[in-house]
Ligand binder design. Sequence first.
Ligand code: KIV
Ligand code: ZN
Length: 512
Amino acid sequence: MQKVKIFDTTLRDGEQSAGVNLNMSEKLEIARQLERLNVDIIEAGFPAASPGDLASVREIARTIKGCSVTGLARAVISDIDAAWEALKEGAEPRLHTFIATSPIHREFKLKQSKEQVIETAVSSVRYAASKFAVVQWSAEDACRTELPFLAEIIEQVIRAGAQVINIPDTVGYITPEEYGNVFKYLYEHVPSINKVELSTHCHDDLGLAVANSLAAVQHGARQVEGTINGIGERAGNTALEELAVALHIRKDYFQAETRLNLQEISRTSTLVSKLTGMEVPANKAVVGRNAFAHESGIHQDGVLKEKTTYEIISPELVGYQNNSMVLGKHSGRHAFRNRLKELGIEVQDQEINRLFSVFKETADRKKEMTDEDLVAIVLEEGLSKTESFYELKSIQVQYGTNQIPTATVTLSGSANEEIQEAGTGAGSIEALYNTLEKCMNETIDLLDYRIQSVGAGRDALAQVYVKMKCAGKETSGRGLAQDVLEASAKAYLNAVNRVLYMKESAEPIVSR
Ligand code: KIV
Ligand code: ZN
């Protein structure tokens, strides 16, 4: 079996998804889960993008020891220096640097000749290799690059010190057969190719990212880059859970394996979906809600007689369990903590009391506390630990079919002052959001609003996701409560607090 490394870029390319912005504690939570999933490399961010990005990459590099942590840098000394600052305390400092190589990018974006691009790439790799234990170099838009030029620049950067060469299909343009041929060509035309590992990085614009990545593995790629749930720029990246399960289920065909702990897949997918607010489509392979649901009578009959008639992947393989009812209001602290542990959530001693009292309050109002509820509560409480400029004290909303909806809101501001306002709107949420906007000195446009129940039942918790423009910046937020209006208010404040915190701590330096 050929070993294939998994390079997870959920926190870098994945975080480039429109409307996703994770704070440091959310990124750390995802990184810890990726470590449990046993990925080989975590790309934690783009340190030169902003002081906030640098700080979170540094925190992840300091914390994560079970896999390598890397960060992205353009072929620019200041980017590489920022990445070094972020990564130098990691277990194995590793840099990922890139420059575009295709004619379109050379002419219109870089305005550099082929020779200039080679020179910039070589000098940046040489500089990076003087600092980092491992340097990975990527040819951005490699798949629309002339193959002889691609081979030439790769040979030069290998000589300059790159140990991993990544061949991205940046715009999701290539097909599996063509992509396989690119790898074949490089093996035949780059003299030093056997000194490095080749990596694949695909985007899903034509829905081919996983198929292309598998074709690359068949043609000698020893590292696959991608994201959990396939999130990422535009249509997203290779969905790592799909790729890993394809290699596992069809090992007879691919003869390749990853070191992923497949049982952690469902938990990782849920965590990423909840924290990014990017819902997993019900029919998505491996992690969609319907991925293991058999609807037609003929299929159900077949599965009851013998599962493998219609089921090639068992839900247990990727960590789905059937025990949803767990705790209730009589459950003790010990049982609560144990169940969290079984769910992969380690809670510090000083936090357990706070979490347990939120659990008790919720369990008082809700008959059964499922695993989904526990995860939602812990994530929500993790959120409220982060910087809050505005905190919700109370809301009151009045709605009647023949009345103008009215809201009254009380908040506490950054200096602990009380802010109180009242307002109206065409519906309850509009009244609430108009009133919240009045409380702040910012113009806020709501771009998206989504509500989901956490699990089933009339007493299910409500989870609200919002996307909005606040102080000229796009932001997103989420809120959890028993009541939909309270969850809506919390999501709104969470999104505003993120922007205000970003504004205060870290203005972006370069755009991603
Ligand atoms: O898609 C791409 O080309 C990238 C590079 C920075 C590797 O994400
Ligand atoms: Zn990419």
